[in-house]
Design a protein around this ligand. Structure first.
Ligand code: GDP
Ligand code: GDP
Length: 466
């Protein structure tokens, strides 16, 4: 059940700091016999419930400067070879450097599962670096601060996602078939994902979390949903110890609901970390495929509601909004129009988001809400063939080609869907770094409309073509 991880990245991104945190080496230092530590290649590491081994790459940079690149590359390749999973570290504070891409290429070529770690995320200005990290095509970057120990729960979840529950926890893998970062198809021979595209599977349980501000009506909603048609509750065999989900059925469809009560059992360390982050909600969100945001329709949108929505979108999950306590509203039609308009305006990243008026208390609207959940889930799983995408691209390039930057026209060559859940596309172009964000947004909006993907985050990564 144990696995080996290698921490890879250019110098100074924080590899040793992360290594020390995982291996707890600072604490162990006093007990170590001098000289032994240096030679030991593999250290025991822990990340909450994950016990694994981390390959020591510290000291690689200690070689004389002249031989640095070659030596580093060789050592990196050896470490990758030995590893089951790669922690690819970038410095979110500094942003992407050419060396990051060089190392990323080596990692990508290895075909090993990768967790993309955006370190120094606590630093001011790290947001830009975090976004840039997407461009490496190694999947979703996990923001952490190795130095301050922030983001470790997310790192843990990302490892489980990349390697699978079987490898990391010894659990049946079936319930999560989210494409791991490593499966993002990048490189010379991008396969048509359609070839191995599984059809949308209605028999798999659909995983849902319910989030929202205190008093919005989350508990009432959950009880209304589950109480009515619950077939099965409580921990399942095998995952009794840390069960976090409740199984139920809605109109014949299997559902899994994140059990917030289970969230309260936390280790001291985790509690401490969560004060620094929004990890509580994050755990629920990461568990889920679809996240129901419960809003109290009698209280207007607040910043906190948007922050929750933002988090869901950033995590690549699809939100569905429930305007709750609709039984208290006396101008329902007008208010619904207003609320929907506002939602669209405030959440352009998920244009077309499903937003349904409900009363958790009376049960009205719950069928429509669940219909919206299922519909959004289908969209979240959607796949577009490379053929259709490139016919679409031809049309786009004919009508609205990318702008010229510094006198040279940017060229877009090819687009392919590299990922589902949520849909993710790789666009090959000349000079990705010069491509304006506005054009990328234009592509996303157009993709959404052309292939009917309302209400889910859509990702586009740019890749160099030569
Ligand atoms: P490595 O050479 O890539 O292994 O990087 P190190 O672990 O030696 O870290 C390089 C520098 O970045 C050191 O000065 C660290 O203190 C600093 N550093 C590491 N992690 C973090 C972090 O999470 N936040 C910030 N702000 N600095 C960090
Ligand atoms: P939570 O903190 O988000 O879990 O919210 P609760 O489910 O505990 O609900 C907070 C309060 O709102 C309780 O007094 C509920 O009875 C009330 N409430 C929840 N849903 C509705 C609804 O649809 N209509 C009305 N009128 N009250 C509701």
């Amino acid at each position: 059940m144990t696995f080996k991880a290698a921490i890879i990245g250019r110098p100074n991104v924080g590899k040793s700091t992360l290594f020390n945190r995982l291996a707890g080496r600072k604490l162990a230092l006093v007990d170590d016999t001098p000289g032994v530590t240096r030679d030991r290649r593999v250290h025991a590491a822990k990340l909450y419930d994950l016990a694994f081994e981390v390959i020591d790459t510290a000291g690689f940079e200690a070689a004389p400067a002249a031989t640095l690149p070659g030596r580093m590359r060789a050592q990196t390749e050896i470490a990758i070879d030995e590893a089951d999973v790669i922690f690819f570290v970038v410095d979110a504070k500094a942003g992407l450097m050419p060396d990051d891409r060089t190392f990323a290429d080596i990692v990508r070529r290895s075909g090993k599962p990768v967790v993309l770690v955006a370190n120094k995320a606590e630093a001011r200005g790290a947001q830009g670096g975090l976004l840039e990290a997407w461009e490496l095509g190694l999947g979703e970057p996990v923001p952490v601060s190795a130095e301050h120990g922030v983001g470790m729960p997310d790192l843990r979840d990302a490892v489980v996602e990349a390697l699978g529950e079987e490898r990391t926890l010894g659990k049946d893998e079936e319930e999560d078939e989210t494409l791991a970062a490593s499966e993002v198809l990048i490189g010379e021979d991008i396969a048509d994902p359609e070839a191995e595209a599984p059809a949308y599977d209605e028999t798999k349980p659909l995983r849902i979390a319910v989030v929202g501000r205190p008093n919005a009506g989350k508990s009432t909603l959950i009880n209304a949903l589950i109480g009515e048609e619950r077939l099965l509750t409580g921990p399942e065999a095998g995952i009794t110890r840390d069960s976090i989900s409740v199984d139920w059925e809605w109109r014949g469809r299997q559902m899994k609901l994140f059990d917030t009560a289970g969230m309260r059992r936390k280790s001291k360390v985790q509690e401490k970390l969560e004060k620094l982050s929004v990890a509580d909600g994050l755990r629920a969100i990461r568990f889920a495929e679809i996240v129901i945001i419960v809003l109290d329709a009698t209280i207007p949108f607040e910043k906190q509601d948007l922050q929750i929505a933002d988090l869901i979108i950033r995590e690549g999950r699809a939100p569905v909004i429930a305007f709750n306590k609709w039984d208290l509203i006396d101008n329902p039609q007008q208010l619904l129009a207003e609320l929907r308009e506002k939602t669209e305006r405030l959440l352009p990243q998920v244009r077309g988001i499903q937003a349904v008026p409900v009363s958790a208390e009376t049960g009205r609207g719950l069928d429509k809400l669940m219909d919206a959940v299922v519909r959004t889930h289908k969209v979240w799983n959607s796949r577009v063939s490379t053929g259709r995408l490139n016919r679409w691209l031809e049309g786009i390039l004919a009508h609205h080609p990318p702008p010229a930057v510094a006198g040279r026209r940017l060229k877009v060559k090819y687009v392919t869907q590299a990922k589902t859940r949520p849909p993710g596309f790789v666009v090959s172009c000349s000079r990705p770094e010069a491509m304006p964000q506005s054009y990328v947004r234009y592509l996303v909006n157009n993709l959404r409309e052309a292939f009917d993907m309302p209400g889910v985050p859509i990702r586009v990564a740019l890749r160099t073509s030569d």
